[in-house]
Design a protein around this ligand. Sequence first.
Ligand code: SF4
Ligand code: SF4
Length: 406
Amino acid sequence: MWLYILFFMSDCNLENDCSEQDEKSLDLKKLINEIPPDNSLYDMSEILKAVSDPLRLKIIYLLKNDELCGCHIDSALEKPQSTISHHLTVLKKSKLINWRKKGKWTYFSLANSKLIEQIENVTGVERTNFSEDLCSCETEIKLVESLVGDENGCACGSFNAPDQSKIENPKKPKTEITDSLLKTLKKKSEKLGVVSIGYAKIPKDIFNNDNTLEYSNAIVLTYPIGREIVDEIPSEIAHELNDNLYEKFGNISYELSDILRKEGFASQVAHPKEALTDLSKLGQEAGLGYIGKSGLLISPELGPRLKVSAILTTAENLPFSEKNSHEWIKSYCKRCSKCIKKCPEDALSEKEDKLAKAELFDAKCIGCSLGCTYCIESCPFFENGYNWVKEKQMKLDAKLKEKGKL
Ligand code: SF4
Ligand code: SF4
């Protein structure tokens, strides 16, 4: 792969008056035929974007020998947990690193043991040029490890949401939940500020493709993003407000999960900030809304101004949603695209066939790192409300029907 990249990085100067043009055109044809297909080139450029950040490169070097707990990466790099979390998410999504959960902690490792060698080859930078920096990181990791003892005793905080459960999972968990316990959960969640609650069987395409999900049934929750966050421009302040919201909603999710555990059900919280699973998709499966072009879940109560979390559980007889009454949102999004136009980082891109969902380039998005909400505030569902948009869509559908175009 890196050979192809080197080809593009080289000086390719094809002057019209080159005396060897005929001969070169023949070579050129061969070279053109050897260019990988567009989808491979796209994958390569995404990988290059993912490694094109000094902090992400540092993380890669930290993982060169063995996997590391997220807390060690935080400590070694002396950056805010949220910053490291953002960069790890980019590396995870580009499939450059693997991750696994063990108890409260998340461990990361390189997906390809030759990655560092490949990066060094393509950049031509000698390892010895920066071995001193590396030493200080390694020393720091050793120091942290000597302070915390074995990996389970890690006490220096985790950049991935630490488990806040107060009650242990039961050894022989129940599987049949009563209506009365469901009512209690709903009532308690409303009291804590949860706006909607739904139930979903985790779809096969997102269930345990990386063995991180413990149960296949989910109670899905939505929580409002405060106006003060949406009103703030992307900044450290917005980032902090956003992080506080994640923490608050995460704690609420743990509190509700503890109610289940106390009643004899085993549970696992999919924290709103963690990429444990696709929470927007779970929200859609639970019938709480529909995923818009921005990739955000759009609900009747909050439009896209919401966070999603889930409690995975052993309860098998949850009142699962059978159909989604918000699917019409897809048709509206096909004609809209305001979120794409307003994204300041070009992190959203229209798919060629103008499908309802845009392509999201994680490495560009500053939603988590700077609390950006432009794709929320530009959305007509946020500006005008769900019912206004629905009415508009229905009128349009009626007109199209009249003209025989639907
Ligand atoms: S959060 Fe901001 S940067 Fe990310 S997709 Fe939305 S508008 Fe773009
Ligand atoms: S801004 Fe438009 S395209 Fe984007 S999610 Fe909202 S309705 Fe859909």
